[in-house]
Design a protein around this ligand. Structure first.
Ligand code: FCB
Length: 477
């Protein structure tokens, strides 16, 4: 019975009331080697597929390359000092394979390893937990010349490289990610070709995906052998995939894209098998003859944690005769066997990447991984947004990016309340950087980078994030 004298239910206020995260929640920010380091030809580093790709005319917007990037290689000290100012509890960075093992085989390059040793020591000296990603897309070029990820041997090379890094840094790095977003490496690198190495062959993309996961499994085993106490995981980029309508053909389109985008990786990694429906969808692309006995057992080697990168949702519909594919996915497609599925835009607000902003999708994604796949601790290892920034009187007031972070952190909290063992969150990105095929034209950073002067300016979102970390949660608004 309602009492008209009692105050109304305060849903709106409740929604915006302070939210506190669990004690010890790991607040961080992420970057990747090729996107920030620069010093492409220094200290014994040799080219990766991204050096070759970015130096190939027409591949990256405006011909941008990672040759200098944020010059982080020479600015490690001040950059870590900025992280400390933000109060980061953890920093997720990647090791450049061709910097520490030029050419991708043979002995370690001491000078390359030394850079990461100095970085890790600097982080530890500031009380920041280093989180090391072994592979954020920079395959040494000679390994691509020998066949790249579609070739099985690349997985074994990755395991050897892992041992080199684990031997050198395992005493001071606790958290390890083998691969970042194998979907992008496989399907953008070898399917659509919009990422390095820029090859376009559906069967190669599928083989690449398998060998990336095989490399991951062998890498986990190598890490465990070298450092039994390491906390080891993998980072996958996941999307909720929603049918544009309840029509069976749209629902089936969503099943197909979910198979390629999410279950292609989640099922082998966490269940030790490929989904039968996905294999059927790919029947005309490949016979999966590249999968050998025992591979799936290696791929599903037990982990300590799972990293989830979340940016947006896919809404899809059944093919329509004669319809143009949506621009971003234009042929050659990154969806082998499902090239005709239409990606639908809903008219909701988008970021500067044209990615729809969909914070509830983060709750769905985290709940799905937990409820359907694993009890392991989960970490959001990337989440963020590109927006056009303006420097006004030496300040960057990035209200849209701040709102994006705010909405997604509220979603992360909702997932925790729903029972997801979410243990940390890494903003993408610490600073503006080389956004792959978009070069420097897309800014994801909480810290603005002036690429001419290399001056860094913490944006409003950075100051806000520092406050979130200090409170271990979000203030009421
Ligand atoms: C992810 C990548 C990261 C960055 C963000 C925007 O797919 O892991 O390097 O490019 O997208």
């Amino acid at each position: 019975m309602s009492n008209p004298a009692s105050p109304p239910a305060v849903d709106v206020l409740d929604e915006r009331s302070p939210l506190t995260f669990p004690p010890g929640f790991l607040w961080g920010a992420a970057t990747a080697a090729y996107q920030i380091e620069g010093a492409a030809a220094e200290g014994g580093r040799t080219p990766s597929i991204w050096d070759t790709f970015s130096h190939t005319p027409g591949r990256v917007v405006a011909g941008h390359t990672g040759d200098v990037a944020c010059d982080h290689y020479h600015r490690l000290g001040p950059d870590v000092a900025l992280m400390a100012e933000l109060g980061l509890k953890s920093y997720r960075f990647s090791v450049s394979w061709p910097r520490v093992q030029p050419g991708g085989s043979g002995p370690a390059n001491a000078e390359g390893l030394d850079f990461y040793r100095r970085l890790v020591d600097e982080l530890l000296a500031h009380g920041i937990e280093p989180w090391l990603t072994l592979y954020h897309w920079d395959l040494p070029q000679p390994l691509e010349d020998a066949g790249g990820w579609p070739a099985r041997d690349t997985a074994a090379r990755f395991a050897d490289y892992t041992t080199l890094v684990a031997d050198a840094l395992g005493d001071r790095v606790r958290y390890w990610t083998t691969l970042n977003e194998p979907w992008c490496s496989a399907f953008l690198g070898y399917g659509s070709g919009v990422h390095a190495p820029g090859r376009s062959d559906g069967a190669d993309a599928v083989r690449a995906g398998h060998h990336l996961m095989l490399g991951h499994g062998l890498g986990v085993q190598a890490l465990r052998a070298a450092r039994p106490t390491a906390e080891v995981g993998v980072t996958v980029n996941l999307y909720p995939v929603t049918p544009a309508s309840e029509a069976p053909a749209d629902v089936d389109a969503a099943r197909r894209i979910d198979g390629l985008a999410n279950r292609f990786f989640l099922d082998p990694l966490l269940r030790g098998s490929y989904p039968a429906d996905l294999m059927a969808d790919l029947a005309e692309v490949t016979d999966f003859g590249h999968v050998r006995d025992g591979d799936l057992a290696v791929i599903s080697t037990p982990l300590d944690l799972v990293g989830v990168n979340y940016y947006s949702r896919h809404v899809v519909a059944a093919p329509v005769e004669g319809a143009e594919p949506e621009a971003y996915w234009r042929a050659p497609s990154c969806w082998p066997g499902s090239e005709d599925v239409r990606f639908v835009t809903r008219g909701v607000p988008v970021t500067d990447m044209d990615w729809e902003i969909d914070a509830p999708g983060l709750v769905e994604t985290l709940r799905r991984v937990h409820e359907e796949y694993t009890d392991l601790p989960l970490y959001v290892t990337e989440n963020g947004s590109a927006f056009v920034d303006a420097v006004v009187d030496g300040r960057v007031d990035d209200v849209d990016r701040l709102a994006y972070f705010d909405a997604h952190l509220r979603a992360a909290h909702e997932a925790i309340e729903a029972g997801v063992p979410l243990r940390g969150y890494f903003a993408w990105s610490l600073m503006d950087n080389f956004e792959w095929a978009w070069g420097y034209t897309k800014r994801f950073g909480m810290i603005y980078v002036d690429y001419d002067s290399q001056v860094r300016i913490p944006k409003s979102s950075a100051r806000w994030y520092a406050e979130v970390i200090r409170r271990n949660g979000l203030a009421a608004q």
